[in-house]
Ligand binder design. Structure first.
Ligand code: PGA
Length: 251
């Protein structure tokens, strides 16, 4: 059985104090139980990682939202995968569409980040997804194929097994518009087949593929019910512990 995962991407939200309160609320809410086999991860801003690590029980994962392409050196303002790992975080989101769009992150840079994460024992949560124009033109599978092939270029099968994929159609992120269960399944199935071609069927069958984009308690169950959807990367709704955990309980 594949691992089911609900990860909360807090983006650039919460002060340190607010973030610690939110982490405590997530911990307390999670104590009343989660469905079997469901893992919860929170991805706060860099500044909160160390403090939140102390608040969270070991059953809740901790993730950064980005990492640098290099390990150390004269890169003012950057945070390396090695630094993230030193906080006790276990995951890092790589290639979120906001990083691709606003910070012009290229496929080549994202490939370096995936390698950096893996070499520092962090699990990459690798994001892909088409924008509205690409969806409307009907070229969304090609777009996602290219993002995955280039982002995971040179990653061998053993390392691939450590990766989590997040499919996030850009037109559904923060817009209140969700992919329909059929649209989500179509893309998740497509991605799993692509990964089976790149690696093999067994490896592809084991990788968790999360859906992201306006996922909330009211729509999570119908999205998660799809065969190839193994959970969600949650933005807005992860800023409320009750909503976030309600999503995790939608399996
Ligand atoms: P959203 O964001 O849930 O607010 O749409 C999802 C994401 O960007 O990861």
């Amino acid at each position: 059985m594949r691992r089911k995962i609900v990860a909360g991407n807090w983006k650039m939200n919460t002060t340190l104090k607010e973030g610690l309160e939110l982490a405590k609320a997530v911990k307390e809410n999670a104590e009343s139980g989660l469905p079997d086999g469901v893992s919860v991860i929170v991805a706060p801003p860099f500044t909160h990682l160390t403090g939140i690590k102390d608040v969270l029980p070991s059953s809740i994962g901790l993730s950064a939202q980005n990492c640098a392409t290099d390990e150390s050196g004269a890169f003012t303002g950057e945070v390396s995968a090695k630094m993230i790992a030193s906080t006790g975080a276990q995951y890092v989101i790589i290639g979120h569409s906001e990083r691709r769009l606003y910070f012009r992150e290229t496929d080549d840079e994202l490939n370096k980040k995936v390698n950096m994460a893996l070499s520092n024992n962090l699990t990459p949560i690798f994001c892909c997804g088409e924008n509205l124009e690409e969806r409307e033109k009907g070229i969304y599978t090609e777009v996602v194929k290219k993002q995955i092939e280039l982002g995971l270029s040179g990653i061998d099968k053993d390392d691939f097994k450590k990766i989590i994929i997040a499919y996030e159609p850009v037109w559904a992120i923060g817009t209140g518009k969700t992919a329909s269960p059929e649209q989500a399944q179509e893309m998740h199935g497509y991605i799993r087949n692509l990964l089976a071609e790149m690696y093999d069927a067994e490896a592809a069958d084991k990788v968790s593929i999360l859906y992201g984009g306006s996922c909330k308690p009211s729509n999570a169950a119908e999205i998660f019910a799809n065969e190839d959807v193994d959970g969600g990367l949650i933005g807005g709704a992860s800023l409320n512990a009750a909503d976030f955990l309600a999503i995790a309980r939608s399996f």
